[in-house]
Design a protein around this ligand. Structure first.
Ligand SMILES: NC(=O)c1ccc[n+]([C@@H]2O[C@H](COP(=O)([O-])OP(=O)(O)OC[C@H]3O[C@@H](n4cnc5c(N)ncnc54)[C@H](O)[C@@H]3O)[C@@H](O)[C@H]2O)c1
Length: 314
């Protein structure tokens, strides 16, 4: 079996590629950027999902596609809405259309639990009716979900929509809360909590998420939607205390709460457990520990490569 992973060089995609290989599945990556490491069993096609010829070519002899390429950081979407709309919406339409044109059916689409942001309920699952989205990122992801359903109804494509929770772990973007806390703690800066720090989020360890994405290839998942999220709510205070426990000698400071702080949604992943036999298993502390190890190894790598530079150039 061979699977195409669009966006396979990114944070989540890189872990998905590892999991596919671990399951004995060959991989082709379609991405504008090269993957962080070369691996046996992985082919890399440099290209853009905005170019339908690139997508068509990358589908050659492929059994299924996992579509992750996107502008995934909400701040990037905010700063470049038109570009984000192009990649996330037209890019997804290109993937679906290229599959239709070359007669490929099976697609796993990476969406987000943020699609629930505008609903009134706090506890949500895949049957929760979505409301019109206020954020452009969410709008692009909901559009992608609708296009998947339309291509299924009209052309017989076999999509699976997976709504990911907030991932953390090795390779995570520096601007997310766990990387920020770890970075501050390592630099000796205090960790700042708004209010009592009891605002919760659910987080999903990225290797657990990657395993869930691979489980999304199971035939039972065709034309289905699943949330893939962590099992437990984690408060901001607990994140800070976990980082403090792992790194030691870290100060936690409390400041006044900002008005209108985000109230997290609790997205159930029960359906994924029932039908895909998947659930997140990595304890939060263990996941943060693995992130810290990766972060520290990155620092060592930077120092080692600087040490190899001719001092005259520094
Ligand atoms: N990270 C999160 O918090 C999160 C949460 C929920 C859902 N998601 C979704 O998961 C998917 C992967 O997210 P991520 O965090 O790994 O993002 P990422 O930014 O790390 O990876 C995205 C990858 O897509 C590639 N890409 C961007 N535009 C492309 C184009 N035109 N053609 C080909 N490749 C292109 C990038 O080079 C990058 O390697 C996205 O669809 C994202 O919306 C992410």
């Amino acid at each position: 079996m061979k699977v195409l992973v669009t966006g396979g060089s990114g944070f989540i995609g890189n872990h998905v590629v590892n999991k596919l290989l671990a399951h004995g599945i060959d991989v082709r990556i379609l991405d504008m950027l090269a993957p962080p490491i070369a691996r046996e069993g992985v082919e890399f096609t440099k290209g853009s999902i905005l170019n339908i010829d690139d997508v068509r070519t990358s589908l050659h002899r492929i059994d299924a596609a996992i579509h992750l390429a996107a502008v995934a950081d909400v701040r990037d979407v905010f700063n470049e809405p038109h570009y984000a709309e192009e990649i996330n919406v037209r890019g997804t339409a290109n993937v679906l259309e290229a599959m239709r044109q070359v007669g490929r059916k099976r697609l796993v689409f990476g969406s987000t639990t943020w699609v629930y942001s505008d609903v009134v309920e706090t506890d949500v699952d895949e049957t929760t009716a979505l409301l019109p989205p206020s954020h452009l990122y969410t709008a692009t992801k909901i559009a992608g979900e609708h296009y998947c359903r339309s291509y299924s109804q009209l052309y017989g494509l076999e999509p699976t929509i997976l709504r990911f929770g907030i991932p953390y772990g090795p390779g995570a973007r520096p601007g997310a809360v766990i990387p920020i806390f770890v970075d501050k703690a390592v630099k000796g800066d205090p960790l700042t909590l708004q209010g009592d720090g009891m605002q919760f989020r659910k987080f999903i360890y990225v290797e657990d998420l990657a395993e869930g994405i691979v489980a999304g290839l199971k035939p039972i998942a065709i034309n289905q939607t699943y949330n893939l999220d962590g099992q437990h709510k984690v408060s901001i205070k607990e994140i800070a205390e976990t980082v403090q426990k792992i790194l030691g000698d870290v100060t936690i400071e409390y400041v006044e709460a900002r008005p209108g702080d985000f109230v997290g949604k609790d997205a159930s992943s029960e359906k994924a457990l029932r039908e895909l036999s998947w659930q997140a298993t990595t304890p939060f502390e263990e996941g943060v520990r693995r992130y810290v190890e990766w972060y520290q190894a990155q620092g060592r790598e930077r120092e080692e490569s600087l040490a190899r530079v001719d001092p005259a150039l520094l």
